[in-house]
Design a protein around this ligand. Structure first.
Ligand SMILES: [Zn+2]
Ligand SMILES: [Zn+2]
Length: 144
């Protein structure tokens, strides 16, 4: 994972209106995009996520945080005030996936791969040279 600055500072993030705010203490290796149909509906387009240990994330403002059980294996966190799509969490998983778009700039992160390209939308092309995976990327928990 070259390119990211050597920086152990935490990452901050939050929703559009600021009612949900959080801090991630350690920078993840990078961002993975998910092209599955659920992510496209939830985010309005492709999902882009960092994956971090769920218990490491400090929710510093969460009164408007709500969860939608989008499938038997996962739920999605969003702000009930402004509608921002923020999180995905697998049931029983210790990891939390955070939408990269809600991170404060600069993140110092780079996008590393595309997942669930087998179910991507038909209205766009993937035009970069990053690795593409039909479903989960290596070492990832099941999505949806
Ligand atoms: Zn909000
Ligand atoms: Zn997805």
């Amino acid at each position: 994972m070259t390119g990211a600055p050597v920086d152990d500072a935490s990452l901050g993030g939050g929703c559009l209106c600021g009612a949900v705010r959080f801090t991630v203490p350690h920078r993840p290796p990078g961002v993975s995009t998910c092209h599955c149909g659920q992510c496209r509906r939830f985010h309005g387009h492709v999902g882009a996520y960092i994956v971090v240990p769920g218990d490491s994330v400090a929710i510093t403002a969460g009164d408007s945080l709500a969860w939608y059980h989008s499938s038997a294996v996962g739920r999605r966190g969003f702000c009930r005030t402004c509608g921002s799509s923020l999180f995905w969490r697998g049931e029983g998983s210790g990891e939390l996936e955070i939408a990269a778009g809600c991170l404060d700039q600069p993140t110092g992160l780079r996008t590393l791969s595309h997942t669930f390209v087998a179910s991507k939308g038909d209205y766009y092309e993937i035009t970069d040279d990053l690795p593409q995976y039909p479903a989960n990327g290596p070492g990832e928990t099941p999505p949806a």
